[in-house]
Structures are given as C-alpha cells and as structure tokens.
Write a protein that binds this ligand. Structure first.
Ligand code: NI
Length: 225
C-alpha cells in the first residue's frame, strides 16, 4: 500500500523548516547511499550534525512520530535518522532499491517502509518526480510542499532529474511492528472503519466492541515488538 498524506507539515512549520535549511551546510549525497546506489545518486544533503541541524531533525521527526494517519498506516516500531536532500542542476537519484538494513542508534533497522516528505512546491522545480516501479507500470509523485508519500521499501524507485529550480525533500525509513504489508493494510482499513463507525455507534455498542476486539486481537497476533 502506498499513501500520500497531505499537509503533514503545516504551512507555518514548513516556513520555519525552510528558513533553517538556508542556514545549514550541504555535502555530496552519495556519502549516505548504499554501495549499489552510490553511483546513481546525484544530490546534496544537509549536514544535520550541527546544533541547528539537530534541532531541525528533532522538529521534523516529532511531527511525523505523532501523526495519526502515518502511525496507523506504518505502525512504526522505529524511525531511521532523517536525510534532507536538495536536488538541482540535472541532479537526480537513479533507479535503486533502499538498503534492507540500516544502522540506526547503534542497532540495525529493517526498512519496511520508505517515505519522502516534500519540502518544495511542484512549481519550484521541473522534473524531480518520485517514481516508483511496479511490474508493467510506474507511479510518479510530485505532491505539494508539506505532503508525505509513504511506500513499501520493497519497490525499485528513483528521483527523476531536476532540470530547473531546486527540489528540497526529507526522506526516511520505518521499521514496522507489522512486517507484512498486507497485514498492515488490513489494520489500516479496520482503523479507518473504526473512525467512521464512531460517528454512528457508541463505544459500548456491540459493533464497536466487536471491531475493537478484532483490531486488538490482530495486533496481538501479528505484532513484533
Ligand atoms: Ni531510495
């Protein structure tokens, strides 16, 4: 399942994030690519190890970690460190598959889900679509600034060349408590159903109790904690 979550970053927050990005230093993005992806990665990455970079990292991560739709769709166990990239002047990130395991906080994180948080509006750059490949077709994404595309890390994907302007984006990975994507989708659908049913049924109704029971029992059955 792939979803776009609109306005995960509000306009005021986005302005403050972009103002901070102007103060950071940038380096060659190939430094953080895996061995196979290094040769196809042509972009710059913000140095988030400075004091101001750490604050920015925390600011973005704290927004993502509490967003109800992201939590429901991804069921995160852990988030990777975030990367903020800038792509311009024919920069791109050619077709690749993300590393399956990433060193995060002294432990390996299994990348179940990848996400791209767009920090530039589509009218600020030409090209730069996030393209995700499926057998027989390619999905292209170029949403508004503040929107996040969440997709399974199992897919080959790329960032098309940016032929004009500059594309700012933040990317990261999630290890899910629910490893299997079909199971995550079942839980996502049931959770959405619960939200819509709560307008019609009381929490004590047999309908809501039964739904809650089954969501809880599936979580017990499927979660890796
Ligand atoms: Ni990637």
């Amino acid at each position: 399942m792939l979803i776009t979550i609109s306005n995960i970053i509000r306009k005021e927050e986005l302005e403050s994030i972009r103002a901070t990005l102007n103060k950071l230093s940038w380096r060659d993005g190939a430094s953080t690519a895996g061995v196979d992806a290094k040769s196809v990665k042509k972009n710059q990455q913000a140095d988030l190890s400075s004091e101001i970079g750490k604050i920015l990292h925390k600011q973005i991560l704290e927004i993502l970690q509490v967003h109800p739709v992201l939590l429901s769709a991804a069921r995160p166990k852990r988030f990777s460190r975030l990367i903020v990239s800038q792509t311009r002047g024919e920069g791109h990130y050619g077709p690749h598959i993300d590393n399956a395991l990433m060193e995060t906080g002294g432990r390996l994180l299994r990348t179940d889900l990848s996400f791209t948080l767009f920090l530039s509006n589509p009218d600020e750059y030409e090209g730069g679509e996030l393209s995700i490949q499926y057998p027989g077709f390619t999905q292209r994404h170029k949403p508004s600034a503040g929107d996040l595309v969440l997709y399974p890390s199992t897919q080959i994907h790329e960032v098309a060349p940016v032929t004009q302007g500059s594309r700012l984006a933040c990317v990261g990975w999630i290890e899910s408590t629910i490893r299997d994507q079909m199971r995550r989708e079942v839980l996502f659908d049931l959770t959405n159903l619960k939200v819509s049913m709560s307008n019609k049924y009381t929490p004590q109704s047999v309908e809501m109790l039964t739904l809650n029971k089954n969501i809880s029992n599936l979580l017990r059955h499927w979660s890796e904690t």
